[in-house]
Design a binder for this molecule. Structure first.
Ligand SMILES: Cc1ncc(COP(=O)(O)O)c(C=O)c1O
Length: 389
């Protein structure tokens, strides 16, 4: 029996939220159904809301630090959900994962160093490389009839000249939940070529039924020794607005370099609402996340069946993780501009535009399915009106 109600519609307008209140800026109009930025339209679970409200009721919001309970909750969660034993001293605070990726780039590379990415991929990876004047090496993913694979030969070649790889694990936007074998092969290539792995595991808890997330650092001691793992409760519990995440670095030398960067930039503590929400989520959120991913699976199933029946020219990439559907519009024969215009101006749907994810994103759109089923159904009907024959 389901304990939580993911069908509930929450009015998010006028809360200064990017997804709704940012529509005019992003899409040029405020009336699109927003299914873009990766947060959820589901309410934050009650045990997190209660913990935050309890603290909010205390009348002083002065300087604070992360409590032992905060660290212990992270350690226990990672152990029970991902079978990875981490130590408190391995954990550094970061206000976000994108900042953590930038701190890693600053800590371990210098100007003109090569950094590998695997497009189509989460675009702030490109910015972390370009803004810091590093060189982007593309290890393009291979789209094999809707199933994405890694080109290991190309990766081995690029690794010879690179200092770092930014791994999206699970992968946004393709929804791949990398297997142990794939991760081991990536890890061994990086060990052989002394390439530091920044493993962005922000979606690690959002795994669809039947798949399993393996933290990169659990594959072997040698791999753990060169891996910087980025984790957060933000996607898991829909608390991205609270800017609280963690970077796990088992290797002492690498940890020292990362922490020096944090000290130089004075990123030493977060905000206590983030810490309290994170602690409550990690302590009590297991059942909620399991139910969430069952519900998201239902949304994927609905979308997949709808497309097969009503819009066979639009193909859903087989989903393994995340709540992001990676839709292949190439068989419609339309250009990216035409697809975008039809979606925004005719269907009034706000998706993420494929080409922003780099090479391999052309002809694709990313649709966020972390929404009540009725919204997903509405979006499907709107697509049918505009793209149906
Ligand atoms: C792969 C990936 N990394 C990082 C982020 C964002 O991280 P943060 O908001 O903590 O900077 C996202 C958000 O969509 C993401 O998909």
């Amino acid at each position: 029996m389901s304990q939580y109600n993911f069908d509930k519609i929450i009015q998010r307008e006028n809360t200064d939220c990017v997804k709704y209140d940012g529509r005019e800026a992003i899409f040029g109009r405020a009336d699109v159904l927003p299914m873009w930025v990766a947060d959820m339209d589901f309410e934050v679970p009650d045990f997190i809301q209660n913990a935050v409200v309890k603290r909010a009721n205390h009348p002083v919001y002065g300087y604070s630090f992360m409590s032992d309970a905060y660290f212990q909750a992270i350690i226990n969660w990672v152990k029970t959900r991902h079978q990875w034993g981490i130590r408190k001293e391995w954990i550094s605070f970061s206000p976000g994962i994108v900042p953590a990726i930038n701190f890693s780039v600053l800590s371990y590379t210098t100007e003109n160093d090569g950094i590998i990415v695997q497009p189509p991929v989460y675009f702030p990876f490109f910015e972390a490389i370009g803004n810091n004047k590093r060189k982007q090496f593309n290890n393009l993913l291979i789209n094999d009839k809707g199933h994405y694979k890694i080109d290991f030969n190309d990766l081995e070649e690029k690794a010879k000249k690179a200092k770092m790889i930014l791994l999206s694990h699970p992968h946004n936007p393709t929804g791949r939940c990398w297997t142990k074998d794939e991760l081991k092969t990536i890890g061994e290539i990086c060990v052989r070529n002394r390439v530091i792995i920044v493993s962005d595991e922000i979606h690690n808890d959002l795994i669809l039924p039947g798949f399993k997330h393996h933290p990169m650092a659990t594959l072997s001691e040698e791999i753990a020794d060169i891996t910087i793992t980025c984790l957060a409760p933000s996607k898991t519990f829909n608390i991205a607005g609270l800017s609280t995440s963690s970077v796990i670095i088992p290797n002492k030398e690498l940890r020292k370099r990362f922490q020096k960067t944090l000290q130089q930039l004075h990123i030493l503590k977060g905000n206590f609402f983030g810490a309290i929400a994170s602690t409550a989520g990690y302590q009590q959120g297991g059942k909620w996340v399991d139910e969430l991913m069952q519900y998201v699976q239902g949304n994927f199933t609905f979308l997949s069946e709808f497309l097969k029946k009503e819009l066979p020219d639009i193909k859903l990439t087989h989903p393994e993780a995340t709540y992001l559907a990676w839709l292949d519009f190439r068989e419609t024969g339309l250009s990216d501009k035409q697809i975008k215009d039809k979606l925004i101006l005719e269907a009034k749907l706000g998706f993420s535009h494929g080409p922003v994810f780099g090479q391999g994103g052309q002809g694709f759109q990313r649709m966020n399915l972390a929404a009540p089923r009725s919204i997903v159904e509405e979006a499907c009907q709107r697509m049918k009106k505009v793209f149906g024959h």
